[in-house]
Design a protein around this ligand. Structure first.
Ligand code: FAD
Length: 471
């Protein structure tokens, strides 16, 4: 246990935390690594916590929360810290509960096709184990080092949501610790239940503001052995976005349906040295690309679907249709998943992920273009077009002007029946926009739900709602 240079009033708390989890698993003061005090949000403010505590099991999590509740100490959970909304950033005077030690895959239940995992299990860790059973957990947000606990708390999505939905569609049950230390189980190894309010779904996406997740039951699927990836350049963004609903409605059931605009594609191919076989003439005239991945158990069926898709894309105005070799396809998907790092490396000032009904993407992109011109901003885009989730890298250095632009962008998405965030969450970074734009009656209900779970407001204060810790 390290507790140098901390006020005497905090020593007792740190000492008690050490008694609960073992002194080696509490870190305090200057010994806390900078990496543990923020996530990957480009704009969220972060503070240093009193301590970072790493429990080994549910009983320790429960004891830590009971102590924090008793002393009214703010608690911020931390998975892998890959979040993009500042939701894992601690508040002053708070503690961080890190789940790095709770990283055991507890069970692969082949009869019920579920896995039971601790929250610190990483997506890449689970995927490697499931591959040996020819199974897959199908939620693949772009960063595979993310933890299952973080995925639950953010309702993580990713490229395959167009086929498999997001985390909330694949989580069947949870074990959670309530702020006073009580432990409850929700759901179970079954897909249906009409037995009271669905507490599993309430906790999913709550960004650590209601309870801490200590166990997750997820659905598993057979791992399809055959995949094909098709790349289709289009002359305008309108053509691309108008093609998306038609591809979804065609019945070919894409695994991935992404769009990449010309700015992002050019930067991506340059940065990662991608050679996709696109002719120079098309590179110069294409405005945006669709990337469509299909999977199947049978090679013949896959080949037939690729042919149908190619014909459809041509009808919809594609300038050409490329079936990518497996290596190039893998590189392109990988590069697309790294789009955030690319935006960051190019000094993007913010990254947004609004969602609209997929058929409304053309109208949203029209508003994005108009707002970019009016604010003299660069906005580069790519995204999970199949599920209406548009990712935008915003380049506008002036903080005040950028905040005004963001406000109008979120308004535009909401006016089309969409929402501020499809998967990254509200966190601390977008909270003021959320509070300003969301229906006040819904916000009031969310505050009442929060108070029912967390009467003293200790769970991740500052994230999502403007609830403060009560004395
Ligand atoms: C390059 C890159 C690409 C990405 N692509 C995608 C994408 O395609 N789709 C997508 O959805 N996201 C994406 N993300 C965002 C991020 O990976 C997800 O939000 C992920 O779910 C965060 O998991 P984490 O373990 O890192 O959580 P953290 O960042 O550590 O925490 C996120 C939230 O979960 C809470 N939390 C963590 N563990 C628990 C727990 N056990 N109990 C209660 N609350 C907890 C935290 O308090 C915080 O509120 C991307 C991020 C990067 C850096």
């Amino acid at each position: 246990m390290d507790a140098p240079d901390v006020p005497i009033a905090q020593h007792a708390l740190i000492a008690r935390l050490g008694e609960i989890v073992g002194p080696d698993h509490v870190c305090a003061g200057d010994r806390i690594s900078d990496d543990l005090v923020h996530d990957e949000s480009l704009t969220a403010v972060h503070h240093r916590p009193i301590a970072v505590v790493s429990p080994a099991d549910t009983a320790q999590v429960s004891a830590v929360l009971a102590l924090a509740s008793d002393r009214r100490v703010p608690v911020t959970a931390r998975g892998s810290g890959t979040g993009l909304s500042g939701a894992a950033n601690p508040v002053p005077g708070g503690i961080v509960v890190s789940f790095e030690r709770m990283d055991t895959i507890l069970e692969i239940d082949l009869d019920n096709n579920v896995a039971v995992v601790q929250p610190g299990v990483r997506l890449d860790q689970l995927d490697a184990v499931l591959a040996s059973y020819d199974l897959v957990y199908p939620v693949f947000p772009g960063e595979y080092s993310a933890s299952l606990g973080g995925n639950v708390a953010t309702n993580a999505g990713g490229m395959r949501a167009v086929k498999y939905g997001v985390t909330r569609h694949q989580v069947l049950g949870l074990e959670v610790v309530l702020p006073d230390g009580e432990v409850i189980r929700t759901g179970g190894k079954f897909v249906k239940s009409t037995t009271g309010y669905d507490l599993t779904q309430l906790v999913i996406g709550s960004e650590g503001t209601l309870a801490l997740v200590t166990e997750v039951i997820v659905r598993l699927y057979p791992r399809a052995p055959h995949q094909a990836t098709v790349l289709a350049p289009f002359p305008t963004l309108d053509d691309v976005t108008a093609a998306v609903p038609k591809v979804v409605a065609s019945g070919i059931d894409p695994l991935v349906l992404e769009y990449i605009d010309i700015l992002t594609m050019t930067a991506t191919t340059r940065q990662f040295g991608l050679e996709l076989g696109v002719s120079d003439e098309i590179k110069e005239t294409a405005y945006a690309y669709l990337v469509i991945m299909l999977e199947d158990n049978h090679l013949d069926d896959l080949g037939r679907d690729v042919e149908v898709l190619g014909a459809l894309l041509t009808d919809l105005g594609a300038m050409d249709v490329y079936v990518l070799p497996a290596a190039a396809a893998g590189q392109l998907i990988d590069a697309r998943e790294k789009a955030f790092w690319l935006a960051k490396a190019n000094n993007a000032d913010d990254v947004l992920d609004m969602v609209v009904p997929r058929a409304a993407i053309p109208k949203l992109m029209q508003s994005v273009g108009e707002l970019a011109t009016r604010y003299q901003a660069w906005i580069a885009g790519c995204g999970h077009a199949g599920d209406g989730n548009v990712h935008l890298g915003v380049f506008l250095a002036d903080d005040e002007a950028r905040e005004a632009l963001l406000h109008e962008l979120f308004q535009a998405a909401m006016a089309l029946g969409g929402a501020i965030s499809g998967e990254h969450g509200i966190g601390t970074a977008k909270r003021h926009h959320f509070l300003a734009l969301e229906d006040p009656n819904k916000l009031a209900l969310m505050r009442r739900i929060k108070a029912a779970f967390d009467p003293h407001g200790i769970m991740n204060p500052g994230t999502l709602l403007d609830v403060e810790v009560t004395p």
